[in-house]
Ligand binder design. Structure first.
Ligand code: AKG
Length: 338
């Protein structure tokens, strides 16, 4: 009985159940100074057979772990996402389970519901307007190349990187997204990240370490930054600082798809503007859950459950798997395991 109540609470809080049905480059895949021509894979493992990606694009993702598609999302859609984000910031729209986050540098100042104080909205699954992003045919067409035809939305974010206060807290340390996910196989998970305006090194574009998706999941922890670090912004302990770095300078509407093991992060925002992006993680519904206890992900599970318990009264004995199980949502094909 108690457990049923807890499960019900969990569901209400976290959203509804998935339904059963070092150099800068301009964002153009063929201009990256990273290899695609000398590449002869024994077989493709990170992409699936279909007629969407060209052979060159496929080889590029296999080798580098990311792929930028220019001008994929329309200006009209981006305007709609921007307007809805503003409504959420002003608290004209609220959803249970949606997480509203602030930069650590403004955490202690009085909260005024405005775009200036909100750095990220996570888990917008219940917001029809923002969730449209995850169902756009132009996005799903590419997602399918990595996940296959049964597609689940597993995580959503709208990021509003503010002008930095000078403490460099707006940086996002290098990390692998798989650290946050209790399902596998990793090759059937992909992120889509769309620039909502021009992004460059000045306003803190994404930076990636090409080819790192071929490695394994590394231990993560909070970096010891003088100015503080944002909640849930874990960084990799001990990556190779000399690995070649690519700064993904992109135009509004350009979208990068990337592998969950690809090491990436973003720089601090030196501009006076709010750098916006919308992002969604997708996984094949054929993926299966894993228990993260005893793995490097256990500390994240503990952290998130503690936060959810404190803020929302979430059951203490839940698992990372429980959080996702209640939140994932089918957007194409059939629901299988997730
Ligand atoms: O948009 C950014 O600045 C970084 C986003 C990111 O890597 C993440 O939230 O995992």
């Amino acid at each position: 009985m108690e457990q049923n109540r807890a499960a019900l609470r969990l569901r209400t809080v976290l959203g509804h159940l998935g339904r059963t049905s070092a150099r800068a480059y301009t964002a153009h895949p063929t201009t990256w100074a990273v290899s695609s021509t000398s590449f002869h894979p024994p077989q493709f493992q990170y992409t699936l057979d279909n007629d969407v990606l060209s052979l060159e694009q496929r080889k590029f993702y296999e080798e580098n772990g990311f792929l930028v598609i220019k001008n994929l999302v329309s200006d009209d859609d981006i305007t709609r996402f921007r307007n809805q984000f503003q409504r959420i910031c002003k608290q004209e729209v609220k959803h249970e389970g949606m997480m509203i986050m602030r930069d650590v540098s403004t955490e202690k100042s009085k909260f005024i519901p405005s775009e200036e104080l909100i750095t990220k909205v996570q888990n917008f699954h219940q917001d029809e307007e923002l969730f449209r992003y995850c169902t756009l045919p132009e996005i799903l067409k590419y997602v399918e190349c990595f996940t296959g035809p049964n597609i689940m939305v597993v995580h959503t974010m709208m990021i509003n990187k503010p002008p930095d206060s000078g403490k460099k807290t707006t940086r996002h340390p290098f990390h692998q997204d798989l650290h946050y996910f209790p399902f596998r196989p990793s090759n059937r998970i992909v992120a889509a990240w769309t620039a909502m305006e021009q992004v460059n090194r000045n306003n803190g574009c994404l930076s990636v370490l090409p080819g790192t998706h071929k490695g394994c999941l590394k231990p993560h922890s909070y970096p010891q930054w003088e100015g503080g670090v944002n909640i849930m912004y874990y960084g990799i302990q001990g990556y190779d600082e000399n690995s070649p770095r690519v700064h993904l300078e992109m135009e509004k509407g350009d979208t990068v798809f990337f592998h969950p093991l690809l090491i990436h992060g973003s720089g601090w925002n030196k501009s006076q503007g709010y750098r916006k992006a919308i992002s969604c993680h997708f996984a094949s519904a054929d993926c299966h859950y894993i228990d993260v206890k005893g793995t490097s992900q256990e500390s994240f599970e503990k952290d998130i459950l503690e936060t959810l318990h404190k803020v929302y009264g979430f059951p203490e004995d839940a698992s990372l798997k429980d959080i996702y199980r209640l939140n994932v949502q089918l957007v194409k094909g059939e629901r299988i395991n997730l």
